[in-house]
Design a protein. Sequence first.
Length: 218
Amino acid sequence: MNEKEHKIMDVNKQIFNNNPFLFESVMEKAMYNKDYYKYSLLEKIKKEALEIGTGRVLSSGKKSDYYIDGKMVTLDSEGSFLTAKVIFDMIEPIDFDAIGGLTLGADPIVAALALFGYINKRPIQTFIVRKEPKKHGTMKLIEGKLVQGSKVIIVDDVVTTGKSILQAIDVVKQEKCEVVKIIVLVDRQEGAREKFNSLGYEFEPIFTKEDLGITNEC
């Protein structure tokens, strides 16, 4: 973001925080400036989800010197709102029937979207894919009202190789669903995009590791 864009963000922030009479409701504030909310989400991820020098093992099995704990943002009140707002703007022009993904990364995202969509008078059908079938009751792999043959968007918080997302896709394809887009909070840029592209899936991360200021393995 250049100096001019930073100044615009500063002005928007002052308007948002210091003039309660400018907007009639919180939701009007939410629709005011798309860039402001995306910028705010990025800053929150940097501050609350990014860990440097941790040497943690990722879900892919790889050890990394930086770690992005997406749930620190998506399970936070402000972070949940910002995530839903940004994704809501991204999916508004898309023709789709439902949005969901693999537990646990997708869970707070789809819950926030369901509420945000209802408040904005555009109800969004959401679903969650289990990692293994429920062992009692309905023994389902998919929770939520996912209709066979639906056009779906798959979401997750952080993607490395794309394994978790592809697991979710395999399950929804068994229901004859068409994946029209994949959206993630952060792409670690370690092969997921290339994998999705090779399979013909449209992939759009909200941010990449470079947006977080990480250009190489820390």
